[in-house]
Design a protein around this ligand. Structure first.
Ligand code: ATP
Ligand code: MG
Length: 206
């Protein structure tokens, strides 16, 4: 079994996450891609993050019915801070693991808890991200695999700001996620989220 792991806060999940997951599935010949939302305790380390139930549900809605895509709640059901090294340890030893990371997140791996064990256990698939020089990743990681895909300049931070400002964001997320954001009035509150920038899943504190 070749499993891709795409972790994040997914606040909200957007087209760049989905496009990265699908590209990884094909280019690395994975059997499946697990979308793993980060647990709540992360919010204590930085900006406030929407409730787990909302983030998990948006990931469910966005991935439902997509071949090879799965939602995985192993980080949201675990107590305390979740570190990638611990998450990887929950998989059977004979499962081949691939960490799908934006170039920004990949560059921070050296600051992660027991990062050498992470690199021994999983192959890193690097997703190009605007504003980050992907080639720099090759200087710090042993054997990164660079995904060849459209570079999408979109982020959760920008989408939350668009919702707050009443700007158009509909086609940056799936229809179901767009509807969920409206129906649950997410991100509308001024001064709600984004007061402080903080780490997200796969973006561990050092
Ligand atoms: P936020 O702005 O709230 O941090 P985000 O868009 O960065 O949201 P995350 O949930 O933090 O989304 O990211 C999860 C993973 O997806 C990370 O590895 C991140 O690098 C990657 N990622 C997110 N957006 C992009 C993008 N536009 N291009 C490439 N990778 C991305
Ligand atoms: Mg991020």
């Amino acid at each position: 079994m070749r499993t891709g792991i795409l972790g994040g806060t997914f606040d909200p999940i957007h087209i760049a996450h989905l496009h990265a997951g699908e590209t990884a599935l094909h280019q690395a010949e994975l059997d499946r891609v697990l979308f793993i939302p980060a647990g709540d305790p992360w919010q204590k380390l930085g900006r406030r993050v929407s409730a787990t139930e909302h983030r998990l549900e948006m990931v469910r809605l966005a991935t439902a019915g997509v071949d090879g895509f799965r939602v995985d709640d192993r980080e949201t059901t675990r107590d305390g801070l979740t570190y990638t090294v611990d998450t990887l340890a929950t998989f059977p030893e004979d499962e081949e693991l691939f960490l799908i990371l934006g170039a920004d997140a990949a560059l921070r791996i050296p600051t992660w808890k027991r990062h050498q064990e992470v690199l021994d256990r999983a192959t890193v698939l690097v997703v190009p991200r605007p504003g980050t020089d992907s080639t720099a990743v090759a200087d710090i990681l042993p054997d990164p695999v660079f995904l060849d895909m459209a570079v999408l300049e979109v982020s959760g931070t920008e989408i939350r700001a668009m919702v707050r400002n009443g700007s158009a964001f509909r086609f940056l997320v799936t229809n179901e996620v767009h509807r969920y954001i409206s129906e649950n009035n997410l991100y509308a509150e001024v001064g709600g989220a984004d007061m402080v920038e903080g780490p997200t899943s796969m973006e561990e504190p050092s």
